[in-house]
Design a protein around this ligand. Sequence first.
Ligand code: NI
Length: 193
Amino acid sequence: MAILPIVTYDDDILREEAQPVTEDSEELQALVDDMFETMYNADGVGLAAPQVGKLLRVFVADVDPMIEQDERDIPKYGPLAMINPEIVETSAEELEMEEGCLSIPGVNAAVKRAARIKVRYLDRDFKEQELDLDGWPARVVQHEKDHLDGVLFLEHLSFFKQKLLSAKLNEIAKGQKETEYPLAPKTQLREKG
Ligand code: NI
């Protein structure tokens, strides 16, 4: 297993649509292992493959640390790997909750999303699964699924809110933001992406 460097918000790869996974492989299993290790190392609750420079429809999540801080009674799911996920139902009710992103270190903002969802996906054994999610798990899955479509949480914010964050965003783009986890150098990614 390896800790992979994480690309930052200003990298073009995060604006691309990721490709469906067509078959199980050693490379895919290694990628999922590395993504879990990378996410836990960064104290993250979710990480999508494009964030480590791979344009594949895969993400990992482990929302249990957030559920432990939540007063509501929400089930725990442990580590989740979702391959080719589809959000097949969304509640009409929306909630505004504070989000962050490992690709946008030090930036948090309230984002409005569906309160509840149903997600269909392949687990890492390539078995089809369906989950009805509420609260933080629903939030994180929507955020990570967005990454697979080239969408960052910033795009859910008003122009005014984005403007308020621009100083912090510029700091990240210039490589001046210090993080406790490795960030990917941009030149290298532009060659890849
Ligand atoms: Ni993110």
